[in-house]
Design a protein around this ligand. Structure first.
Ligand SMILES: Cc1cc2nc3c(=O)[nH]c(=O)nc-3n(C[C@H](O)[C@H](O)[C@H](O)COP(=O)(O)O)c2cc1C
Length: 197
């Protein structure tokens, strides 16, 4: 079975991104059935990773021995065939907590497909964060789906449980966008998994 990790890149307790993560969780069974995948939800803050400190860059270090939390993060990423990074824009980039976690990666996402979804509490949808994140994922040899998916004004469209708010102007539009995004990442993850280079 093809596994897609959906990774929330904000560690704030009151993260607006949780509304979107919860929307995807609410639809988990539907996606898994329709797209023949497993979805695995990850909140980056739950690993409580320390600031990266290793003496040797991960990709040059074949004999790595790591504490449990760092190893769990790497194992969780290794197990997946594709990734959706759900990230806000912080000061025109993406959150430091996500960059720190990514710096622990060696080849876990190499040759696998990635989709970035950005979001914000305003109409621009956090696109600068996506541009910067994609540049980092490119360096880690991921196949990046070129078009960033941007969700603006999350608070006006999704509630904390992930449901579409009553009367939300862009609710249907974003719902459709997210559903198509899961379909697309599932398609490419299966394609690459079944056709290794
Ligand atoms: C440290 C910080 C920096 C931010 N920088 C930007 C920014 O550059 N552009 C933007 O559109 N929104 C920015 N925002 C607003 C975010 O879009 C909004 O707070 C959103 O809820 C953040 O996602 P989160 O709640 O999941 O952490 C920033 C928010 C924070 C906390």
């Amino acid at each position: 079975m093809t596994t897609i990790n959906i990774i929330l890149g904000s560690s704030r307790k009151t993260s607006l991104g949780k509304n979107l993560l919860n929307y995807l969780k609410l639809n988990q069974q539907k996606y898994e059935k329709e797209d023949q995948i497993n979805l695995n939800f990850i909140e980056i803050g739950e690993y409580h990773l320390p600031f990266f400190y290793e003496a040797v860059p991960p990709m040059q270090n074949k004999n790595r021995s790591l504490p449990e939390r760092q190893q769990k993060w790497l194992d969780d990423m290794q197990k997946a065939d594709g990734y959706v990074f759900l990230t806000p824009e912080y000061n025109h980039s993406f959150p430091a907590v996500l960059k720190n976690a990514i710096d622990y990666l060696a080849d876990q996402i190499s040759g696998k497909v990635v989709q970035t979804i950005t979001y914000a509490n305003n109409s621009r949808g956090g696109q600068f964060g996506g541009i910067e994140l994609n540049a980092v994922l490119f360096r880690l040899n991921a196949f990046i789906i070129p078009q960033n998916v941007a969700i603006g004004n999350v608070q006006d469209n999704f509630n904390q449980n992930g449901s579409i708010l009553d009367g939300a102007k862009s609710g249907d539009y974003y719902q459709d966008k997210l559903n198509q995004t899961i379909k697309k990442i599932s398609f490419y993850a299966k394609l690459l998994k079944n056709n290794p280079f």
